[in-house]
Design a protein around this ligand. Structure first.
Ligand code: ADP
Ligand code: MG
Length: 694
């Protein structure tokens, strides 16, 4: 049956529902709060809560939850029912304004990077009315921001909300300088393309590594990977199409604008892209998308893998974060304009991004840092860990021409003429979108940050981008507000950008070794792993920009640094322990058993007077591989016991330099054993079983 599109957003307490269910004056007050970010009056909150509860109960909800996004890349919340006992032993359903606005969960069990003392375990969740409440699984979900008793952010949403305001204010200042008197706010628009894998549930359940770590720690190279290039955009198999259809329907009911779906490059890999939205909502919707992908997979006998690198030998998954700025009256600030005046404004915004990305390349790299992404970035399947900006030849040469040109006259019109900007053609998206290897590409009317990990929240990437671009916009506006020669100053801004930050522009193939060398010559940072990238949180210039704009305080930067490193070490240690368990309980017993079987046959033949050389060869290889595996496993065990607990950087460095390489060594041997072993005796599904079974 086809989807009844009148049901789109039917589980969302949307603007239409609010208008319908709230008294006019309450609706107006709430809208004012949503638009201005100012807190809602207690009496108004009371009325909103009552209406929300009635609507939710009508739709079958029994509970509500303050839904928040701790620093775990997933969401959290506890459920409270609406029931409240009455003296006559019955119950009524209640939901107060206070309950809507504020929750007090015990926050001590969430990552906090030393921000909280356990005796001050209280945390607050505060309603974020800019993202609509919705109903899922008989529960009213209220999007909230999560902070400590003393007001420090413990989540990813709080800095994102703060950064949205900062960039709106700074972009508006610049627009005013350009004479814009109509726009009131600037929104950050984001569309996050989500990659994922689907594997058969039964096979998945037999893989401890997939279940515990989300990625395979072992697995011989399958005969067929992605070399035929027959999966990308290929026909979607019926079982997968069914899954995608159910996913679309559930997302649509929640108001998520799921738009595009297709098969990706690797076998069993797929992608879903929504239509872009305000970044806060895009972020919430991406979290919902990831959750529903997992849940619906399970219902369909499938498992959804969101890890950045579930399988060796084939591509991993990422998330393309499409980012742009749009005024409340609908002007996309990265859309090249129709006239010289608009074009010059576009180029100024473009220069702000170029400058920001160059100055804060380490912070942008950090914003995509997560253990799983270290296996992907720089592996010729995803952008390298080096940040650069792709503009396309056309736009680069326009900027260069302007930078190299003569200082223009004062007079507006002639200035633009001299800059050659009036001829700025409408950029064809096809021209600018051809390069798929760049980590940060201008794609016609938006930037596409392609480094974010598939399992990560997009919040960090966006609050970083918003803040650093806002900071540069602010500097540009200061210059323009203090000059008597507006056109000349714009010209100097473009010139300065190209001279001081042109090195960040790279239009070539980012996957090549030549680029790695060229980038080093240009002095661009190459932070190849999470541990190195984490230090950007401690870099004074980064703390300065984040704290000056009140997005993250110095203390919050330190806490995020700790959380990232702790998380990294935990992941590696869990992976190592999982590998050890698989080796001891599955690989070694299976290998011994198989060796025993061949030995028996070998001896029987020998009794019959035959000396079989191929059996002897297999036995020797397996026996050597088994010895090698055992001894490396012992070393790994010792290493895991030696992880230093003194400081998070040392621990993470130890995990990266000692544990991870040892796991790789073990894998090499075990994968060889797998190749030599009878399939019926191998104790877990193979890569082919996982990738080509559906
Ligand atoms: P592709 O990257 O495959 O060429 P599209 O350009 O159509 O695909 O869009 C990719 C994503 O970018 C979609 O999620 C889309 O909604 C989003 N997008 C398009 N325009 C904007 C914009 N102005 N701001 C933010 N995201 C956008
Ligand atoms: Mg894309």
């Amino acid at each position: 049956m086809s989807f009844d599109f009148s049901q789109f957003g039917c589980n969302v307490f949307s603007d239409t529902v609010m208008r319908d269910k709230l008294p006019k004056s309450t609706y107006k007050e709430l809208k004012k709060s949503i638009d201005s970010g100012k807190p809602l009056r207690a009496d108004v909150a009371e009325i909103v809560a009552e209406a929300m509860k009635d609507w939710a109960v009508e739709k079958g909800a029994t509970h509500f939850t303050h839904w928040f996004q701790p620093m775990t890349n997933i969401t959290a919340g506890k459920l409270d029912s609406f029931i409240s006992p009455t003296p006559d032993g019955k119950i009524i359903l209640e939901f107060s304004g206070k309950e809507l606005i504020k929750g007090e969960p015990d926050a001590s069990s969430f990552p906090n990077g030393g921000l909280r003392n356990t005796f001050e375990a209280r945390g607050y969740t505060m309603w974020d009315c800019t993202s609509p409440a919705f109903i899922r699984d008989h529960t009213l979900y209220i999007p909230t921001a999560f902070c400590s008793y003393t007001g420090e952010a413990l989540d990813t949403k709080t800095p994102l909300l703060r950064s949205m305001e900062v960039i709106s204010n700074e972009a508006m200042r610049l627009l005013h300088a350009f004479g814009n008197t109509t726009s009131k706010r600037v929104l950050v628009t984001v569309g996050a393309e989500q990659e994922y894998f689907l594997v058969d549930r039964e096979a998945y359940e037999k893989r401890l590594d997939l279940k515990i770590c989300g990625r395979t720690l072992l697995g011989a190279k399958p005969p067929k990977g992605q070399e035929m290039e027959d999966h990308y955009f290929g026909r979607i198999r019926i079982r997968i199409a069914d899954y995608m259809h159910q996913l679309d329907e559930e997302l649509w009911k929640l108001g998520v604008t799921a738009k595009t779906k297709h098969n990706e490059v690797a076998p069993a890999q797929h992608e879903l892209a929504p239509i872009f939205d305000s970044v806060n909502i895009a972020c919430d919707h991406n979290q919902l998308t990831m959750e529903l992908m997992r849940v619906i997979a399970k219902k369909n006998g499938l498992a959804c893998l969101l890890h950045e690198k579930p399988f060796a030998h084939i591509n991993g998954s990422g998330k393309h974060n499409n980012w742009s700025l749009c005024t409340d009256d609908g002007i996309n600030l990265f859309e090249p304009g129709k006239n010289p005046y608009e074009n010059i404004q576009f180029l100024t915004f473009l220069c702000a991004v170029i400058t920001a990305v160059d100055e804060y390349a380490d912070l942008i790299r950090l914003s995509a840092a997560i253990a799983g992404n270290d296996y992907r970035l720089g592996a010729n399947e995803a952008p390298p860990a080096i940040i650069s900006v792709f503009l396309g030849e056309q736009l680069t040469s326009i900027l260069k021409q302007i930078a190299d040109g003569e200082k223009p006259h004062n007079q507006m019109e002639s200035a633009f003429l001299q800059m050659g900007v009036e001829t700025l053609p409408k950029l064809k998206k096809d021209d600018s979108d051809r390069n798929r290897t760049s980590p940060f590409a201008f794609t016609g009317n938006k930037f596409e940050f392609r480094m974010v990990g598939s399992s990560a929240s997009i919040a960090c990437a966006n609050f970083v981008l918003n803040t650093i671009v806002a900071d540069v916009l602010s500097r540009f506006t200061d210059r323009l507000e203090h000059t008597k020669d507006f056109d000349g100053e714009i010209h100097r801004i473009i010139k300065d950008t190209m001279e001081q930050h042109g090195r960040i522009i790279f239009n070539g193939n980012n996957y090549t070794q030549e680029w790695v060398e060229e980038a080093a010559r240009r002095g661009l940072p190459n932070l190849s792993n999470t541990v190195d990238a984490a230090s950007a949180y401690l870099n004074p210039k980064n703390i300065d920009v984040l704290s000056r704009h009140h997005v993250l305080s110095e203390v919050e930067c330190h806490s995020r640094y700790e959380v990232l490193l702790e998380n990294y070490s935990h992941i590696i240690v869990i992976e190592a322990n999982t590998l050890l368990e698989m080796i001891h309980k599955l690989v070694i017993p299976a290998t011994i058993e198989y060796i025993g079987m061949i030995s028996d046959s070998f001896l029987k033949l020998k009794e019959a007077g035959l000396h079989n050389q191929s059996m002897e060869k297999i036995l020797t290889s397996l026996s050597e591989l088994l010895d090698g595996t055992s001894s490396l496993t012992e070393t790994l065990e010792q290493l895991v016991a030696q992880v230093p607990h003194t400081n998070s950087l040392e621990a993470a460095g130890f995990c990266r330099d000692q544990i991870r390489p040892k796991m790789e060594e073990i894998r090499l041997l075990v994968d060889k054993i797998e190749v030599l072993t009878d399939k019926k005796k191998w104790p877990m599904p193979s890569y082919t079983d996982l990738l080509h079974r559906i």
